[in-house]
Ligand binder design. Sequence first.
Ligand code: AMP
Length: 398
Amino acid sequence: MSRAVVSLNSGSSSIKFALFTLGPDGPQHAAAGKLEGIGTAPHLVARDKDGTILIDRNWDDGSGLGHETLLHDLFAWAGDHLPDPDIVAVGHRVVHGGTKFFHPLVVDDALLAGLEALCPLAPLHQPHNLAAIRAIRSLAPDLPQVACFDTAFHHELPEVATRFGLPRALHDKGIRRYGFHGLSYEYIARALREADPVLASRRVIAAHLGNGASLCAMRDCRSVDTTMGFTALDGLMMGTRCGTIDPGVVIHLQTQEGMSATDVEALLYNQSGLLGVSGISSDMRALHKSDDPRAAEAIDLFTLRAAREASALIFSLGGLDGIVFTAGIGENDPVIRAAICERLAWLGIAIDQDANARNAPVISTADSEIVVRVIPTDEERMIAIHTLAALTPAGGQS
Ligand code: AMP
């Protein structure tokens, strides 16, 4: 029976998961999948390491099924169908570690209470992360669980970069910049060190461009600045999130447009971004297919915002040596990569169109002044690595 670790990334309406068996070379990817449509029409797809579909299931009339029931079904299926995995731990992506939690930690009652207290800082993400931890606890009370924090990679941001221009008392209450997508950036940093150690030691912007999108300025693979701040709303325009806007807009919506705080929250998180600007879709592929000028404008704004925020990070880095694109759009969309690089052409970036079209690992030309790379992210692997390390501090290879 092979020992295995499960990585869970639990969101409001979906749970991404991956199973890693433990070999002498660390976690080996065995299976992965996604349970989508929680609360509406749950749909589970899982594939083995070769991409063969292991399960493709819909739940009839599943709108009332919550995380706990669906995780129960998922674990029951895994127990019946996966080749004898002896699951030794479950690792979770937890969006917010606040100022206290940054190393991955084995979950106990005190930690759960501490993470619960951070829910107001990430109301749309943290409760779902914790719901998955609780669900596993009720299914398997003795199974160790490890919380891995998305804020952790930015834990060493220079103090001044964590501040808003707000009264100090608010900063002291936790109203400050944290940064997110940390597990993704940590994976990218590791992968970059392997692929290109020279570039990894220099000034790099990692661009995580998916439904959620952010940039991270890294020097020697450490975060020195990032575009998300207090919440995952800040920075780039995203699939349904607005990104940076004038805070006066929020005041105006409430005082002049009669919107409640809840209405504004729904607007900024779920109805804005590519979806709001195009009026068509939050999905970049759908926008590319559309010949509606509003779709073109949404795409244009997406690349404009990305290049503008990147330019601010170049200031934080004092220059730039490389860009790494990752996540759904960053890994797969040559048009968006080219458009962002075109807006940054003043840096001396030159893109190799063939390499870009192939999503090749290096998409800049040999004489480009900036190296531009594409690295597929793997947050689930990062969670597995941390989970093992938290259980066996010597390195998790036991
Ligand atoms: P993620 O949140 O990382 O899963 O990324 C989701 C985003 O990536 C959506 O906007 C998708 O349209 C986009 N995406 C995924 N695959 C592709 C692709 N092959 N080409 C263009 N965009 C893609």
